[in-house]
Design a protein around this ligand. Sequence first.
Ligand code: HPA
Length: 243
Amino acid sequence: MIGIIGGSGLLQLAGLEDVHRKVVRTPWGQPSGALSFGRLGGVPVVFLARHGYGHTIAPHDINYRANIWALHEAGVSQVIACSAVGGIRADLTPGQLVVPDQIVDYTWGRAVSYFSGEDQPVVHIDFSHPFDARLRHQLIGAALRLNLPVADTGCYGCTQGPRLETLAEVRRYQGDGCDMLGMTAMPEAALARELDLPYAILGVVANRAAGLAPGADATLAQRSEPSTPPERIVPDVAIAQAN
Ligand code: HPA
């Protein structure tokens, strides 16, 4: 059985048959909504809308631990996480699919592990390759068979949100090697790894990241020299006036 997590714009799965919904509880609290069990093209799947079925749960408020736990308890053998992303790399333009192969995590203040608290051991999972290689290849292969444009690599920078980024932040993330930005891959991907659940993201580019859209005011993003800090200007003017 495949677990499918729906992101922004994917609140339900068209074509899901024999659907029954189940409200579940976990030791970590309530998932974003009921699990929808059904069949997609004959394959048993469990669907969960990450932001809730009414899209009411912001990225920093999602109970990632409960969501991944619930899918694991439901018996899924792998998780396909659908995510809207903002494209940084030139080829990542709106409508493009992308299957990222790396993550940089910029989030903070989220519950990031099942191994926390005094009653839990300290566990350091190997996260060198955050996504499952086999599942990534299956997603890429499926997109190619359907003639859908898909980028087969890319580094996903996970920002805290819920606001979008400043131009300077996008320039920084670009310098860090990020090819796209989203707000939900972390800690979702790491929690799946803690439960040994193969996990991969199917990203769809919703927009160009701030300042990178054609015609956008990208003056700051393009500037290579730092500007003169205002602190420097004010005393000089004051000195000139004093003279
Ligand atoms: N930034 C962060 N997350 C996003 C974006 C973006 O531009 N687009 C979709 N998710």
